[in-house]
Write a protein that binds this ligand. Structure first.
Ligand SMILES: [Zn+2]
Length: 416
């Protein structure tokens, strides 16, 4: 069946906005994008859906943990420091052992659809949430997480389990699996190196939290700082990089040393990186999913968005989970990035356009799904989000809470 979605404005991303625009969908695939009057005459039999507002590509939340959608009490307010937040998070997690994580993750996807999010980079800690994206008919990559794994345990048991999960989970063009070593400080170095090799041998993508905490650099460089005590206490002994007095490398360089950086990987956060650190990631083709609300919630600083923009780096946007954020509404983070960039002195007229790109095509590229989602163009999956706004600028600065409908794979999920 052919459907024609039309609105006062269609913003395809990657090509100029089209006033009185339309998107023609056949089955689950976009077949044409252009002016309404041109497309209706080319497709006279199409069923027409007229939306009030602006049609954009479904938004891509490039970093979250949907299974923590029930952790809202932890993410509701700011914590004094990352260690304070981390203690509150672990407490909540302990209380919720045995929760039906798949159901919780799907509830998060429903919240996201209401905010126009149709694709995810989702970190999965508990296997029950591994197929939440495909079960809910949204696109993305489910990254199976490894955290706190010593080398012996990795070799004895975890490596085989991870391999089994990554090779047996059903995938499709729009739903893939990946591997997420949590951070380079919560996983031992030989495990990081082997996990990166394993992901590449299986042809799956990598995703890592990096430079979220201000003391990470000390941890990698000299094996010192507050994270050492925190990790050593939880694991029972220092990881190898700490035991040998540090690597002499900053966060991005150390991640690259461990094989975690490349065009098949993306990082979450990237707050505490200097220009060289940002360059190391960008040169390698690695996107950074910026999650500013989460950074503030865990007692940190927001990412240096002005620098990322001025240096023309590869960026995406994420909400992180409700364990460290107040909603799964990606445009809240986009609006905060716009405000931070303006406050930081970014005065170029492309600000809103670039942030919308980050929240759509940038996110898709971060997930390796840029040929499938992230923009409105023929051949791509018909994932649309519709907002009651009249311009890209209004969408980026004030689009939160104004989603009026979402379409995934050609199916209207709500609105219309
Ligand atoms: Zn996270």
């Amino acid at each position: 069946m052919t459907t024609l979605h039309t609105a006062d404005l269609v913003v395809p991303v990657g090509s100029p906005p089209v006033p009185d625009g339309a998107v023609v969908v056949d089955g689950d695939t976009i077949v044409a994008v252009g002016r309404f009057e041109d497309l209706i005459s080319a497709h006279p039999a199409a069923e027409v859906t007229r939306w009030q507002g602006t049609i954009v590509p479904g938004l891509v939340n490039a970093h979250t943990h949907l299974q923590y959608t029930s952790f809202a009490t932890v993410g509701a307010s700011r914590h004094a420091s990352y260690v304070h937040w981390s203690e509150a998070f672990v407490q909540e997690y302990d209380l919720r052992r045995g929760e039906d994580w798949g159901t919780t993750a799907r509830a998060g996807i429903d919240q996201g659809l209401r905010a126009g999010v149709t694709a995810y980079g989702d970190v999965v800690t508990d296997l029950a949430a591994m197929t939440a994206l495909s079960d809910s008919g949204v696109a993305g990559v489910a990254y199976y997480e490894i955290i706190g794994v010593p080398l012996e345990k990795w070799q004895d048991e975890v490596r085989d389990r991870v391999t089994a999960v990554l090779t047996s989970t059903p995938t499709s063009a729009e739903f893939r699996v990946g591997l997420s070593p949590h951070t380079p400080y919560t996983v031992d170095e030989p495990v990081l190196i082997d996990a990166a090799d394993l992901a590449r041998s299986l042809g799956v993508r990598l995703h890592v939290h990096l430079a979220e905490v201000d003391s990470e650099d000390d941890y990698y460089r000299t094996g010192t700082g507050p994270l050492v005590e925190r990790i050593t206490m939880r694991v029972g002994r220092p990881w190898s990089v700490v035991a040998r007095g540090g690597s002499g490398m900053g966060a991005a360089e150390y991640a690259r040393h461990c094989g975690l950086v490349g065009p098949d990987s993306h990082m979450a956060h990237g707050v505490y990186l200097d220009e060289r650190g940002r360059e190391i990631l960008d040169e390698a083709g690695t996107y950074v999913a910026l999650c500013p609300r989460s950074n503030l919630t865990v007692g940190g600083e927001p990412p240096p968005i002005t620098d990322y923009l001025r240096e023309n780096r590869r960026i995406a946007v994420g909400t992180d989970s409700l364990g460290s954020s107040q909603s799964l509404d990606l445009l809240e983070d986009v609006a905060l990035l716009a405000e931070l960039a303006s406050d930081g002195g970014y005065d170029q007229p492309d600000l809103e356009e670039r942030l919308l790109h980050a929240a759509t095509l940038g996110g898709a590229a971060a997930l390796g799904l840029e040929d499938v989602v992230g923009s409105l163009e023929p051949g791509k999956r018909a994932d649309l989000a519709i907002f009651a706004v009249g311009s890209v600028s209004e969408l980026v600065t004030a689009g939160s809470g104004r989603c009026v409908g979402a379409v995934t794979g050609g199916v209207a999920r709500w609105g219309g």
